[in-house]
Design a protein around this ligand. Structure first.
Ligand code: GCW
Length: 715
């Protein structure tokens, strides 16, 4: 046995026994275990030539050296000139001189942020060229190349051209300045505002590396429930320090703008967007920001929603508000992302309809640098929602999609739920806005309605926990957000497999099983939480656990009873013309899937229809029996997830194995809690028995109702 092989095996077994803390996420560079593959990698990567000296190229060089050292077990030397076969050349195409001509086609396809990875001959030596039109493209290319090695792909003959399908690929942090995180389940905010700007934590740089490796190119640092303090001079200095740390990695900084800041900070009497003094205040503020951060991205705004101030306080429209800010940032090439998550305090109308009613009349009234940011569904990041009717309804406005990576309504920090299938379910939905095939993906990538500005944002699940996301599998959702915003045509399976290989192991048996578990996990959660189109039946405030009985909140549409409408006749929200007619906001092609309760896609049945407890389901069961079946099969499936995980104990390091095993045990208990609480409660209306074959609830309904979680995180 070769010495290097023994060293690798010792290293791996030490890792397995001791365990890993998960800090490196998927940028985990451990030795290649297969000797032949290792040899072929070593032959292809025997020296590195780096062209360029910018911070971004230096980051690319650092990453490549770090990765090769970890993966190949040795330091790969840098060279000024390629002299032997098996060299890697990195640098932007400006350095290629004449050689560039033959690559013109490929480089054109790569565009401003994409890259080319090519096996070619340089100085008559077989080499791998990683190049791009820009330095950031080179860094993205380097990360792709590293991924090939991490996932043990052949690299003998490469010709890869990749360019992002979306321009804005963003994280939205709901982080408060006091370091609490709204809907955050992984500790406190990673932004330590107190020690900034003097202390630049290594975490900030690792955060940027992680993002760049997936293609994420921007971050909104602060909560949409905004605090104007971040716009004061001392805080802008802190923001600048973060922007400087992220810049080499192509991650731009954005902030949330509190609409009333001119009053709160500027001492003005009004924040009316049409008032010249208000406009001037914002112009000055924006100039101040850009003098510190020349590539500042712009603002994300939540206005006139859930108590946030906005233009409507002054009788102005969302367009008036957005345009005022857009004008202030326009000359700096900044943008405004204006959220469409609004629902009126006074309007008794179905909340499902309100954003559409508010925004569709404003289509065409926004400045060119405004995007309307729309949640994937019309209610609020539910386990399953139909796509938001605003997609496809505002063709003159670039509409950006917002998904929730943090799992507010999906098991929070304790449930293993892989979200790529949820994101893709929405992206692949057909809105029919320009006839068949008008998918949400084509709307948000701008290709359907020809929008230059386009993007996807994910509400971050990141905190200061050792492994960033609390649940080790939460990292997969951060990763998936980046990969899908780079290329929404990737399959959830491919993304899961990449992530598993990089994060855990390249062992085929492990990957096959755990990938299936990941791919099934979201559907399993829907079954034990919100089957058949049920939604928003979570407990008050923190949304942790079931609360379908809640009926005492100030606003009707904050109460779960408003959403499920269970009564002695049946259950479900009638959104057909005989009810709220939210269905009327969808195009005929889309509507067809849902409009008739006897043919409705059953995953959305109770979303759109109020049906009897005896309603016949496709399975041959009555609705009541179907609910019993779904809830129970959800719980059984979590038991199965535990078996899958436990089977691979020897293939995962000790610490992370145990973490996931404990969390799955919690998940099983919580799934049973959801099932028992919901079935007992709905039974008070259906008056039907839970079929004998299912496990009986272990507690009474009153027991579940009195559970309290005063310090549940994220609230
Ligand atoms: O999902 C709801 C959350 C709020 C959040 C709001 C929003 C930031 O419960 O915590 O506030 O949506 O998206 O604005």
């Amino acid at each position: 046995m070769k010495k290097s092989f023994i060293v690798i095996m010792l290293f791996l077994s030490a890792l397995m026994a001791v365990g890993e803390d998960g800090y490196n996420c998927w940028l985990r560079y451990v030795p290649v275990e297969n000797n032949n593959l290792l040899l072929s990698y070593k032959q292809a990567a025997s020296e590195i030539q780096v062209n360029g000296t910018t911070a971004t190229i230096m980051a690319a060089r650092y990453e490549l050296s770090l990765a090769l050292k970890g993966l190949l077990g040795e330091n790969i030397p840098l060279t000024k000139d390629i002299r032997k076969n098996g060299s890697i050349l990195i640098g932007n195409a400006g350095f290629l001189g004449e050689g560039r001509k033959s690559l013109a086609n490929d480089l054109q396809k790569a565009g401003a942020e994409g890259y080319l990875i090519l096996t070619t001959s340089i100085n008559q030596k077989k080499s791998i060229l990683i190049t791009a039109n820009t330095d950031i493209g080179v860094l993205y290319g380097v990360f792709h190349f590293i991924r090939l090695l991490q996932t043990r792909q052949a690299i003998a003959a490469l010709h890869i051209i990749s360019a992002p399908r979306l321009k804005l690929r963003l994280l939205n942090h709901w982080d408060n300045l006091n370091r609490t995180v709204e809907r955050g389940y992984a500790g406190f905010s990673i932004w330590n505002w107190h020690t900034l700007p003097g202390y630049v934590d290594q975490r900030y740089i690792d955060y940027a590396r992680m993002n760049a490796s997936t293609g994420i190119n921007g971050t909104v640092l602060t909560n949409v429930n905004a605090d104007a303090t971040v716009l004061t001079k001392p805080y802008l200095e802190k923001v600048k320090a973060l922007a400087d740390a992220f810049r080499p990695y192509g991650v731009k900084v954005y902030l949330t703008a509190r609409f009333s800041a001119p009053v709160e900070l500027g001492g003005l009497k009004t924040a009316d967007p049409l008032d010249p003094a208000v406009q001037q205040w914002w112009n000055n503020k924006v100039n101040e920001i850009y003098s510190l951060i020349p590539d500042f991205g712009g603002f994300l705004v939540k206005a006139n929603s859930e108590g946030q101030p906005g233009p409507q306080n002054y009788g102005r429209s969302h367009a008036d508000g957005a345009n005022m800010l857009a004008d202030a940032v326009a000359s700096h090439k900044g943008i405004i992302m204006w959220r469409a998550f609004v629902y009126s305090n006074d309007l008794p109308d179905d909340r499902h309809k309100q954003a559409y009613n508010e925004f569709v009349p404003l289509d065409g009234k926004f400045r060119k640098n405004v995007m309307v940011q729309v949640k994937n569904g019309a209610i609020d990041f539910m386990p399953r929602e139909p796509f938001h009717p605003l997609f496809g309804a505002m063709q003159k406005t670039p509409v950006m999609m917002e998904v929730q990576v943090t799992q507010e309504y999906l098991g929070q920090g304790t449930h293993l739920v892989y979200l790529s299938p949820l994101f893709k379910e929405c992206l692949d939905s057909d809105t029919w806005s320009n006839g068949k095939g008008s998918t949400v993906a084509k709307i948000i990538d701008g290709s359907l309605d020809n929008h230059e500005l386009n993007g996807l944002a994910g509400v971050a699940n990141i905190g200061n926990d050792m492994n960033w996301t609390g649940h080790p599998f939460g990292q997969a959702n951060w990763y998936a957000l980046g990969r899908l915003s780079w290329d929404h045509t990737l399959s959830s399976g491919q993304i899961a497999e990449e992530w598993l290989r990089m994060t855990f192991s390249n062992d085929a048996a492990f990957i096959n099983d755990v990938k299936i578990m990941m791919l099934s996990s979201r559907e399993i959660m829907v079954k034990y939480m919100n089957p058949c189109g049920l939604h928003h039946i979570m407990a008050t405030g923190h949304h942790y656990g079931p609360g379908p009985w809640v009926n005492n909140l100030a606003r009707a549409d904050w109460n779960p009873v408003y959403y499920h409408k269970a009564d002695f006749a049946g259950i479900g929200f009638d959104r057909t013309p005989s009810g709220s007619n939210a269905l009327g906001q969808y195009k005929a092609g889309a509507k067809k899937l849902w409009e008739d309760s006897s043919t409705c896609d059953e995953r959305y049945l109770l979303w759109f229809h109020h049906v009897t407890w005896n309603h016949p389901m496709k399975s041959g069961r009555t609705l009541w029996n179907e609910l019993c079946h779904q809830y129970n099969s959800g719980v059984d499936s979590v038991k199965w997830m535990r078996q899958v995980w436990n089977k691979h104990k020897t293939r995962v390091d000790a610490i992370r194995f145990r973490q996931v095993a404990m969390l799955l045990e919690i998940q099983e208990k919580e799934a049973a809690w959801w099932r028992n609480a919901c079935l007992l409660y709905f039974q008070t209306f259906s008056k039907m028995t839970i079929p004998e074959k299912y496990e009986k609830p272990d507690q009474t309904l009153d027991y579940f109702k009195q559970l309290k979680f005063p310090f549940a995180p994220g609230n």
